[in-house]
Design a protein around this ligand. Sequence first.
Ligand code: AMP
Length: 430
Amino acid sequence: MTIIKFSELGLIEPLTHALEAQNYTTPTPIQEKAIPQILNNADLLGIAQTGSGKTAAFVLPIVQHLTNGKLRPSAKGALVLILAPTRELALQIGVFVSAYAKNLQVRHTVILGGVNQKRQVKALSRGVDILIATPGRLLDLKKQGHVHLNDVKYLVLDEADRMLDMGFIKDVRKIVRATPRDRQTLFFSATMPKEVAGLADEILHEPVRIDITPKAITADRIEQHVYHVPALKKGALLKDLLSDNALYRVIVFTRTKHRANRVEKQLGQARIEAAAIHGNKSQAARLRALEGFKANRVRVLVATDIAARGIDVDGVTHVINFDLPNEPESYVHRIGRTARAGTEGIALSFCDPEERHHLRGIERLIKRSIDVVEHDRSDGVENQEAPDTPQGKPVQRQQPKRPAGDNRKRKKNRNRRQNRNRNRNNAKAA
Ligand code: AMP
């Protein structure tokens, strides 16, 4: 296998020097495939998740286009518009733009909700080269006449599937309609549900499709284990595990904001430095938690799926799924927080008997079974339902015989309970 260098992808020296300063020696697969295509002015459909290096894959060639094009934005206009679903991701993209374009004259600004708009309006007044925005605030400022999209030559949609999950698709359509048709459009999504594919179809023009499947990431570099544990004992199990200092920088995922708060509190009571990050926290509180985590003041970051999008912290030693996610794809996103940029990582999942069907969905998606860890907190749950063995075959267990009618009644009650819990969890989900 030949190793490709950034310069061989057609990138100019100020950019390759900026990459050297970041200690990036070789392009990641998405960078290797996407950069030449974007430099070649093609529209792009990239199926890649956070952690694949996709931000550099679109920022680098766009900055190069800007440098070559010598275009200037008009007042309140932007030449490049990058849309991101969350504030964290938007800020993160802004950090990457600063780093990659540091040797070039490129002005960028990030606009997002949850903070005062004054500084954003000021930054936009003269026009910017690159505008990074969350959809809600962008539409809001556009409506107030503080920004227009007539200058947009390059449009990037990042994490389109998350835009859909968060209910932004309508806003995204409105924004895209306000940009000129002769733009170059780059569309990134970790997964491709029907609605997202439909949106891509509408806004891309003869796109090149690049698929960097996350399955390879989960299978290759991340050690994965599952603990079968009743919901009530998950907190105690988490504390047991955290008594091991090898769990040095840990992200714990919960299904709801409320549960994230509860886990944070329980860990605090056990004198384990933890901070929760979710949609109900203010922007300042989220940033404080992230900074603390990066600076090793906070050992455990407790997060919901949506808040975790765009968290870019190197050296996460463990991801713990306190609750299994409803969608198997989210599992892949979550565990991708560890093993970033080529390192190895460990993912541990807690599975209550009612979450077994989620576990099976995950195992189907990643095409392997997850090793089960025997432990003291299992409380005999192994006997309640036949778990899958590492080879994927169910273990046959002897169950005491019950009358058929009794079984039917039990099953009906269990289904009812599961439906109720699912509805409740969906409603509460962040
Ligand atoms: P992203 O998928 O854009 O969120 O990037 C994931 C992480 O990979 C970030 O921490 C980047 O700093 C890092 N990264 C991006 N490209 C490279 C590269 N070519 N070599 C090493 N690390 C990289």
